[in-house]
Design a protein around this ligand. Structure first.
Ligand SMILES: Cc1cc2nc3c(=O)[nH]c(=O)nc-3n(C[C@H](O)[C@H](O)[C@H](O)COP(=O)(O)OP(=O)(O)OC[C@H]3O[C@@H](n4cnc5c(N)ncnc54)[C@H](O)[C@@H]3O)c2cc1C
Length: 259
């Protein structure tokens, strides 16, 4: 088998790259050792967001790019992505009101041209603040929620519809490279001849470099998050973003009728 681009990994990165490359007319093969979206890409917090909290670390360009993508995705896959209002209760001890207000103003500004409503303040008697500690004021801003695994599959389907070959249940086990091309071996005994490889192996990106025989001095630091699903705690389809004393944030969001 021969291709222009061999993509290794069937998470959101691999499948979205496969779709883009196939739309550009490249001959694409994607290989995933388990099933599509079997790992990180089905275990995310299911948010399509610009990353409000990255403003604190001055990553303005990242946030702008993510907000532009948010808008594109809302337009491209409205069946999988829905706008979601976030209630941000005020916690003066963690961040003063002016700072949160300024952050939300900047978030709106970086998202200029967005179809989502702008942020605003919430009065203490707003019913969306009622499930929280009595007497709290807060803010409301908008991002979006996605069925993450379905988004991966939709990208793969569109890639396949545009000529990409999607292989699942087969791992890449080794590779050799001559001056022009890669020769990649698969766990089912097949060999793929590719002009270029995309390493989209997510948390296994470093292991895959070893498998491919590519030397690197770069390291990889893995991070982990936790999600807890509980019966719905409030009515309505809005989410909460809760500031913690150590300045981290916790999201509480509805998911398939639960929270
Ligand atoms: C707790 C948490 C919450 C998150 N929340 C969000 C969020 O709300 N919104 C957001 O946008 N992002 C979020 N992210 C980030 C997002 O989930 C990841 O950036 C994304 O899923 C990574 O996708 P991926 O395709 O790179 O990796 P993965 O989905 O892990 O896919 C990599 C694939 O490579 C395959 N693979 C590995 N080695 C081989 C091999 N040798 N041969 C064949 N296949 C191989 C694996 O089987 C795997 O399926 C979150 C991340 C975490 C950890």
């Amino acid at each position: 088998m021969s291709c222009d681009l061999l993509i290794i990994g069937g998470g959101i990165n691999g499948c979205a790259i496969a779709r883009e490359a196939a739309l550009l007319g490249l001959k694409v093969v994607l290989v995933e050792r388990d099933s599509l979206a079997a790992h990180t890409s089905s275990a995310s917090s299911k948010l399509i967001h610009g990353g409000l909290r990255y403003l604190e670390t001055y990553e303005f360009r990242l946030v702008r790019e993510a907000l532009v993508e948010r808008e594109r995705m809302l337009a491209t896959a409205p069946q999988l992505i829905r706008p979601m209002a976030f209630v941000l209760p005020h916690a003066h001890a963690v961040r003063p009101r002016w700072m949160v207000r300024a952050g939300l103003y900047l978030y709106d500004l970086l998202g200029l041209g967005s179809s989502l409503p702008r942020s605003r303040g919430l009065r203490r008697d707003d019913p969306r603040l009622a499930p929280l500690t009595a007497g709290t004021s807060g803010f409301l801003y908008w991002d979006a929620q996605v069925d993450d695994a379905a988004l991966v599959r939709a990208n793969a389907q569109d890639a396949a519809a545009n000529g990409a070959e999607i292989i699942t249940g087969v791992a890449v086990t080794g590779a050799q490279r001559d001056a022009e091309r890669w020769s990649v071996t698969l766990s089912d005994g097949r060999t793929i001849d590719a002009r270029a490889i995309v390493n989209a192996a997510g948390p296994w990106v470093r292991d895959l470099l070893d498998t491919l025989g590519v030397a690197t001095t770069s390291g990889l630091r893995l991070i982990k998050g936790s999600h807890i699903t509980v019966p719905a705690l409030w009515e309505g389809d809005h989410a909460y973003i809760l500031q913690q004393p150590d300045r981290r944030v916790v999201f509480a969001a509805p998911w398939r009728g639960e929270t």
